[in-house]
Design a protein around this ligand. Structure first.
Ligand SMILES: Cc1cc2nc3c(=O)[nH]c(=O)nc-3n(C[C@H](O)[C@H](O)[C@H](O)COP(=O)(O)OP(=O)(O)OC[C@H]3O[C@@H](n4cnc5c(N)ncnc54)[C@H](O)[C@@H]3O)c2cc1C
Length: 219
């Protein structure tokens, strides 16, 4: 149904009460629409939004699908990457998604998608900050930037190249010495570090608390 044909008495159902579902409900309610959120669990933010790291990492956001991703995907499918678990290997939806993912791994698709992701990230960060003020929530999101440490030279180079391509000037690339000068507490492990990034526009907060407080506000 288009917005034009919707009336105030229509009920929109959002499935999933993680941060994405609750913020979707918030945006719909702001437009004067009736919203109900349904979740399989007992309350909001009980899955990924419960224990995610709460980092709003805008400065170096980049599309996961990219030239290096097919090799990572093969490792994941073969069970060689402990951080990724692939289930339901016989589900055709997984294979359709896989083909689409691979089609987006070319350098040009990666550049295009990262550009979009960067814009979306900045927009979402600003929206979350504005929502916090509008709902008069305790200032949970801390906007003091983020310092990211790298131990792997190749990974660091990939991020630096991506920032040079897509950045908005808010990310400072720090070689090892500059990193230690900025954060002397790291000097004890300087031998293991290759560099770092300081992203002035990144924020951090408790995603679960934010989601729960937004739910309480909407109720
Ligand atoms: C360990 C970890 C760390 C992370 N750290 C970060 C981070 O620092 N920054 C960041 O941006 N992202 C991070 N993420 C990604 C994180 O997943 C997202 O940031 C965000 O929390 C996802 O929110 P969501 O609402 O999409 O999903 P979820 O919070 O998982 O919510 C989905 C909801 O849908 C419900 N649901 C699912 N299926 C059904 C169904 N059929 N019927 C009814 N309800 C259903 C679930 O119960 C759940 O409540 C991290 C993820 C993990 C796992």
């Amino acid at each position: 149904m288009s917005d034009a044909t919707r009336t105030g008495s229509d009920l929109i159902i959002v499935i999933g009460a993680g941060v994405a579902g609750i913020m979707t409900a918030y945006a719909l309610a702001k437009r004067g629409l009736n919203v109900a959120v349904i979740d399989a669990l007992s309350g909001p933010a009980e899955m990924c939004s419960r224990a995610n790291a709460g980092i709003i990492a805008v400065g170096h956001a980049k599309a996961w699908a990219g030239p290096g991703a097919p090799a990572a995907m093969i490792n994941a499918f073969a069970g060689r990457d402990p951080s990724v678990k692939v289930t339901r290997l016989t589900d055709p939806t997984l294979w359709r998604w896989g083909v689409e993912f691979l089609l987006n791994c070319s350098p040009s698709a990666h550049r295009r998608n990262t550009d979009k992701l960067q814009r979306l990230s900045r927009y979402s960060r600003d929206l979350a900050a504005a929502a916090e003020v509008e709902m008069n929530l305790p200032a949970e999101i801390r906007h003091q930037g983020g310092l990211y440490l790298f131990q792997d030279k190749a990974q660091f180079s990939t991020y630096v190249a991506s920032i040079e391509d897509h950045g908005d000037g808010s990310v400072e690339v720090l070689g090892r010495d500059a990193l230690i000068a900025r954060e002397p507490g790291l000097s004890g492990m300087s031998g293991r570090l290759v560099g770092g990034l300081f992203s002035a526009t990144d924020s951090v907060g408790d995603c679960r608390l934010f989601t729960q407080r937004t739910t309480a506000y909407l109720n």
